[in-house]
Design a protein around this ligand. Sequence first.
Ligand code: 6PG
Length: 255
Amino acid sequence: MGRPPNLYSFTDSELAPNLRKYIVDQQNDSIKRHDAFRVAVSGGSLPKTLAKALLAPSSGEDDKVDFSKWQIFYADERCVPLDHEDSNHKLVKEELLDKIPNDMAQPKVYPIDEKYLDDAQEMADQYEKVLVNSFAARDSVKLPLFDLILLGCGPDGHTCSLFPEHPLLRETGAWVLSISDSPKPPAKRITLSLPVVSHGAKIGFVATGGGKKDVLKKIFETEEGTMKKSFALSSGLICLASGQSNITDYSNYVN
Ligand code: 6PG
């Protein structure tokens, strides 16, 4: 049996500092281990929350964000141009990357290749190659090992572009998958596969807002939904929920 995830619930104002501590701890640990911090991020409200957490002034040596060591990949991306309203990269760029002060080192970012916008499968294959190049040749590692995968959770329980009950959840052969019938628009997207997400050294779900209340209840009470069922095996899983999510009842999950 996998360990239950660590579940923390915060007020809106507590979330950013706690998320920062969680991320910076993983960062420091990863830099110590291999002089780099490889992170996958998703879209939704996460980039804004990340900016709030990471761009705040540091309170000491152990609390410093060292973007020079960061490699940022996308846990999922929509098949749209990088400057399109729906692009996760645009969101991350506007909310976070563009706001990193010029005198700070910048992270290395891996957006999708716009050449493949018309063919989601080609785009997924291409992005998988990017991962292979960064994480070693495909035949020498079975799965890419992200130091941290930061995800959101939709009101229907989806995470990245992996939707509950969708056949894509059963795909084990590829690192990056294409989806052309995403229930959340836009329909054409690419996403890390479930085995890749589950393999992350640490996986953090940041679920914010009242819209998550019912699904979090369902996930934690009945083991239904993508998150609990699929990721309970990962020892590195945490779920940070804030504000109206109102999941403080689940104190048995709080570490
Ligand atoms: C996407 C996101 C998606 C998101 C959740 C939560 O591109 O659609 O990656 O997985 O993280 O839908 O979104 P909110 O944080 O906005 O609720």
